[in-house]
Design a protein around this ligand. Structure first.
Ligand code: SF4
Length: 271
């Protein structure tokens, strides 16, 4: 509690020196906290941010641009949008946002949707995410990045954990920071403490223009179902997302029915 109060003041000080954008201290504080908790950025880090055109990555871009400009930690930031239409997306709003923040912006066109239309993928979103990720990481590598930043938020983490629990029988989720050995790059997700609703509200308040999705595929039905389930449960358990986050952070092997842990615990028993 004491630590977060101290960090809140520090973030407010940084924001007082800002010129743009007018991020709310609460939002900025949560993003800064995840960056600190998981040591996502170090002096000299070179971050390539994956812009989708949506609200999450747009907010992340704004927050990292403020942090880069005002924090004592010196790091490089650029942004890349993988255009899954192969070049038909109107990327102007992201170009303008990057320009206003002084962030280098590049579009990499790739016909992911066309490729998807020729395949009978059971899970088009997984295929699309893998392909976009590969293109983004290769681009970042060429740019000399040390890390790729993505805009996954708290809702994404909760939905992924519950999807795995209900459909794959395991309680696991993507990590806030992970090492990608294929490209020798870190993947960081500084929005993991922020619920989607706060991000949407902040983007509205800031008046940031985003790009409407041009994808004919709806989001994976299982994920949509889990999203609706969480929204229903939220009526009875208002802090359901932070509870799942707490479980993810605090999971102890001793609390599971892991056979190795049970046999080690049982080693002291007399019978
Ligand atoms: S909804 Fe479309 S753009 Fe989004 S992950 Fe699925 S296929 Fe890709």
């Amino acid at each position: 509690m004491r630590a977060s109060a101290r960090f809140g003041k520090r973030e407010e000080k940084i924001l007082k020196k800002r010129n743009f954008p007018d991020l709310s201290p609460k939002i900025f504080s949560k993003i800064s906290r995840s960056i600190r908790d998981f040591k996502m950025i170090e002096p000299g880090s070179r971050i390539t941010l994956g812009l989708s055109g949506g609200k999450d990555s747009a907010l992340l871009l704004a927050a990292l641009a403020v942090l880069r400009g005002k924090s004592h930690v010196n790091f490089h930031l650029d942004a890349c949008l993988v255009d899954i239409t192969g070049g038909d997306t109107e990327t102007g709003p992201m170009k303008d946002l990057c320009e206003s923040l002084g962030v280098e912006f590049e579009v990499v066109p790739y016909p992911v949707l066309e490729i998807l239309s020729t395949r009978d993928e059971r899970s088009p979103c997984s295929f699309c995410a893998n392909m976009r990720g590969g293109i983004l990481f290769n681009h970042a590598k060429k740019k000399g990045a040390t890390a790729v930043a993505m805009g996954h938020n708290l809702d994404d983490a909760v939905e992924t954990a519950l999807l795995n629990l209900f459909y794959a029988g395991s309680f696991r989720c993507f990590a806030p920071i992970s090492w990608r050995s294929r490209t020798d790059l870190w993947l960081v997700r500084p929005l993991v403490y922020l619920p989607e609703s706060s991000i949407a509200e902040e983007i509205r308040r800031l008046g940031v223009k985003t790009i409407s999705p041009m994808c004919p595929f709806s989001r994976e039905s299982k994920r949509t179902r889990i999203k609706k389930l969480v929204e229903t449960l939220e009526k009875e358990i208002p802090d359901i997302r932070s509870q799942v986050l707490h479980a993810l952070r605090g999971a102890r092997i001793d609390d599971t029915w892991n056979m190795r842990s049970i046999s080690l615990q049982g080693a002291d028993r007399k019978c």
